[in-house]
Ligand binder design. Structure first.
Ligand code: GLP
Length: 244
């Protein structure tokens, strides 16, 4: 079930998304958060940092699980998702290191690392999962064709995704890793609530596919049509191809 909010600016989209995050943070137990990288959730993370600073919301007892990581980048690489999360969120809140989980992209046995990540994730219930969407309809790094029953696994990145993400690698697609470790679609679907954030016209087709297209592995985000509680936060450009 999709609950859609459309706003004029990225800032307003981020603040609206924070209202759902806030209800989870201020709930009756210390939550487990599923977190995402990319430019889409950065404004939401800024709101979380502001709330932590102004209202003292503590992350001491909160666990986080990130969606994905590039294969082959050391954790301290400037474009690893480990680094991204520390720069954009973890360094600014009081979360203990041991509460943070990001898939390992630089181990000797990536398949075993994926299995270990899934096993750890399966011990918990994610209260809210933050998602962005790729222009090809991917969520996390589950590219088109990825089975709906997938759990944490390795994925070859499509050329379109590597082209989209080249902006973080000096605009050079050759520097973008070719593989990632990612939570699977079934792993993501176990979250109790989902926050999807998308802005800009290059997301309009993917958002239409997610909400109004057929449920198909060609648009991995279309699996969310089966989720009971998805909060979708869009700007007008990203919403521009929706029929209603
Ligand atoms: C990457 C990430 C996704 C993210 C997508 C969109 O491929 N693995 O989790 O949703 O990019 O990123 P952005 O929000 O920067 O458009």
């Amino acid at each position: 079930m999709f609950h859609v909010t459309v706003k004029d600016t990225y800032d307003e989209v981020s603040k609206a998304a924070f209202s759902v995050m806030k209800s989870v943070l201020y709930g009756d137990h210390a939550p487990v958060l599923g977190l995402a990288t990319g430019s889409s959730p950065v404004g939401l993370y800024k709101e979380m940092i502001r709330d932590h600073q102004e209202n003292g919301t503590s992350y001491q007892d909160i666990l986080t699980f990130n969606l994905d990581e590039y294969i082959g980048l050391p954790r301290d690489h400037r474009e690893s998702y480990w680094t991204f999360m520390h720069v954009n969120l973890f360094n600014h809140i009081d979360i203990p290191d041991e509460n943070v989980h990001v898939p390992l992209g630089c181990g000797e046995n990536p398949e075993a690392d994926c299995a270990a990540y899934e096993a750890e994730l399966a011990k918990h219930v994610v209260d809210v999962q933050v998602l962005g969407i790729g222009s090809d309809g991917h969520i996390a790094f589950n590219e088109p064709g990825c089975p709906f029953d997938s759990v944490t696994h390795l994925m070859d990145l499509t050329e379109q995704t590597r082209r989209d993400n080249a902006r973080f690698f000096d605009g050079d697609i050759n520097q973008v890793p070719t593989k990632a470790a990612t939570m699977g679609l079934a792993s993501i679907m176990r979250a109790k609530k989902i926050i999807m954030i998308a802005t800009g016209s290059n997301k309009a087709d993917a958002i239409r596919g997610m909400m109004e297209g057929p449920k198909t592995v060609d648009c991995p985000a279309s699996i969310l049509q089966d989720h009971p509680e998805v909060y979708v936060f869009l700007d007008r450009e990203a919403a521009s191809k929706l029929s209603k």
